[in-house]
Unconditional design. Structure first.
Length: 440
């Protein structure tokens, strides 16, 4: 079940109506919070079962282990739980699912990352252990299960432990944020995927110019696809009274690789910093050790995306770039944003290619200006124009981007919104393309 399927819309509508009912008739009762938790847990169970009932069992077991180890007073239990969770993630990441006849649970990376952060935070005395219902809901919450964002446990618990009401302001803003994300996904990312898939499947048939356009197209595709999902999750969450963390902040305007990782997949970058980089020493043990820790953290980031050489190399090279940038901060300031985008885009080739050999073929044809099919793709240029316009018009608030939300009480704003919806549904790609980060 995706976040734009009819089944999801039906499920979300039921949750929305039931939440409004509970808030209205049980707002003054202690049972209000419990009813809302049970409702969200029930909806999450249905969402997961659409993928596999076995996945639901896996999440339940992981939740029980996380809850049990978290409530023990001895830190040894938290370390045991963390070890079990890491081994679980490693098993599902590197096991041959077809050969072993197993199903990789929906969102396994995201709920195990959340579980690990919960136990680490308890071991660091940053939070207190929670009840089982809260823990299992934190790990299985259906809006962020498939592709995140990875929300801090303390932030999530604070929101489910307070009275949440369905109100017009949140409904209006959440609906618009959701539709912005849907436009990114169905209109831009999915159209771009047609050209990208064609070039990356047979790179030797295309010219160096077409290869360049395909690399640029994939840079835009993965941004629109992933940020679109995040917007959809944030929008639906807002309608239910949740504030999910922002996952993107105009990353392609970054002036260096460090800034890029502060703007791209923010929740994952923060998780890697807090629970890998800092855990293995961070910057507390000298410059040499700091550099090594950074390199290890980014290599593990690549390994998390896939146990193939191209993913490992992708993470390692990002680590090298971070080291270079940190030690030579004065390099190429006038063109830093262009250089950073170019570097990130070239490394996306490793990320997108099925194996290292295909990536090498693409690099060869790009840098040798090889002859072949010249295939300018209209949606590449449309996406560039949309990206530039949205970047120019996006507003800023304390340095973070946000959408210009319309006031749907005004006729003129309602008209604009429905025109936008008309463009969305008339231009949407109907071929079907799964979320890129759903595979991780």
């Amino acid at each position: 079940m995706s976040l734009f399927s009819l089944y999801f819309y039906a499920l979300f509508a039921i949750v929305l109506v039931c939440t409004a009912f509970i808030s209205k008739f049980f707002s003054e009762k202690a049972s209000n919070k419990t009813f809302q938790k049970l409702l969200l847990l029930f909806a999450s169970a249905i969402f997961i079962c659409f993928a596999s009932w076995k996945a639901l069992i896996c999440i339940f077991v992981v939740s029980f282990i996380t809850w049990f180890c978290g409530k023990q007073k001895q830190k040894t239990w938290q370390y045991i739980g963390i070890t079990v969770l890491v081994l679980t993630l490693v098993f599902y990441k590197f096991a041959d699912a077809k050969q072993l006849n197993i199903i990789v649970p929906l969102g396994v990376s995201f709920f195990t990352f959340s579980a690990i952060s919960y136990l680490v935070d308890i071991s660091r005395n940053e939070i207190k252990a929670k009840d089982f219902l809260s823990v299992v809901l934190y790990l299985s919450f259906f809006l962020k299960l498939t592709s995140g964002p990875i929300q801090k446990s303390s932030d999530f618990f604070a929101q489910i432990d307070k009275n949440r009401n369905i109100n017009q302001q949140n409904l209006s803003a959440g609906l618009q944020i959701y539709c912005f994300g849907l436009f990114k996904k169905l209109v831009l990312a999915d159209h771009l995927s047609v050209f990208v898939n064609e070039v990356f499947s047979t790179p030797n048939a295309f010219s160096g110019f077409s290869i360049l356009l395909a690399i640029l197209s994939y840079s835009l595709q993965i941004y629109f696809d992933f940020s679109g999902y995040s917007d959809m999750a944030i929008g639906t969450g807002k309608m239910l009274g949740f504030e999910l963390p922002k996952n993107f902040n105009m990353p392609y305007l970054s002036r260096n690789v460090t800034e890029f990782w502060r703007r791209w997949h923010i929740s994952l970058s923060t998780w890697i910093r807090d629970y890998i980089y800092i855990s293995i020493g961070g910057n507390r043990k000298g410059k040499l050790r700091q550099n090594l820790n950074l390199l290890v953290a980014m290599t593990l980031c690549g390994l998390w995306h896939g146990a193939t050489l191209n993913f490992i190399l992708w993470g390692f090279l990002h680590g090298v770039a971070l080291l270079v940038q940190k030690n030579f901060k004065r390099m190429a300031k006038p063109f830093s944003a262009v250089l950073t985008f170019s570097f990130v885009s070239l490394l996306w080739v490793l990320f997108r290619s099925e194996n290292l050999n295909i990536a090498i073929q693409i690099y060869k044809r790009l840098f040798t200006l090889a002859a072949g099919l010249n295939q300018p793709y209209l949606w590449t240029f449309i996406s560039i124009i949309v990206f530039i316009i949205s970047t120019v018009f996006v507003k800023k608030n304390d340095g973070e981007s946000f959408y210009p939300i319309l006031d749907l009480k005004k006729i003129s704003h309602i008209t604009i919104f429905f025109v936008f919806l008309g463009l969305l549904f008339s231009l949407a790609y109907t071929g079907g393309s799964p979320f890129i980060y759903g595979a991780f």
